[in-house]
Write a protein that binds this ligand. Sequence first.
Ligand code: AMP
Ligand code: MG
Length: 319
Amino acid sequence: MSGRVVAEDGIQSEDPPFDPGTTSFVHTAVLMDTMVRIEIPRGTPETCGDAVERAFTWFREVEAASSRFDESSEVMQLARHPHSPVSVSPLLFESIRFALDVAEASEGAFDPTIGATLERRGFNRNYRTGQAIQTPISDGPVSFRDVLLDEATRTVTLAKPLILDLGAVVKGLAIDLAARELAPFRDFAIDAGGDLYLGGNNLAGAPWRVGIRHPRQPDAMLTVVQVSNLAVCTSGDYERAVANGHHIVDPRTGRSTDSVCSVTVIGPTAMSADALGTAAFVLGLANGTTFLRQAGVDGLLITPDLKHRATPGFRRYQV
Ligand code: AMP
Ligand code: MG
């Protein structure tokens, strides 16, 4: 895990023994190929149980719509019908629309049509079943400009046969939808393996503290940020590796990028922090930092030799 909630003393908190009033209600589940952890300070199963269940349900729904590892997902149904408008759910439509916006803003450094490339690079297994997917897609060049949206009919047209990968958008979207369910509690934390949303305050009544992992020392933290009502999303090259690299690929070369190895973004929604961070990762140290600033979020980028650069506003969150 790259970002994680840390206790006041900087040590990662253990799930406390249950004691309503003085401890947190904590629930975890494996969803979207990550451990999702929800914490509600002073919560009890009676007060929080149903809302937390609804929060987890959003993860399942977003995953069911968007997974390229599941033949029955909407994204894969769409892939089977290139060249014609396909009507999709609001969830999928919004994810694709946002992904295309980030693609446009990053001039294609971020590109959700990268699915077949990732599959060829070895990101081809359904984490639940372990089964390898093999999608019959030709090798021709594709880009985000081959995805056409029609707002009025809420349809998507793939102008070429292609596989969408929305991995950089949908985890954030699920976190935001879950956060909406938990909003009535005001104080809560959602941690989906490095992507977090922190509502209100922690159990001690102070803003949440999130440790940013040292990209080369698994148990060390590089810095700690303090936030309230914000998302903190980290992408690291150490998260998901295959033989020939990691999970963030430059669409222009088809290879894993290597100029930065960790990007953390702090922003108002997890969907934007997650996707903008992935885009900045591909853009590299200088361009990535400028990109984040122009997008109106704060971030910290780190290179493999531990050079780092942050947006001017990032420092105000650092403890
Ligand atoms: P994260 O570390 O959460 O930012 O995840 C990045 C995810 O985004 C990967 O697991 C891929 O699913 C997807 N991805 C990788 N490279 C790109 C890219 N250049 N543009 C858009 N999505 C990408
Ligand atoms: Mg991301």
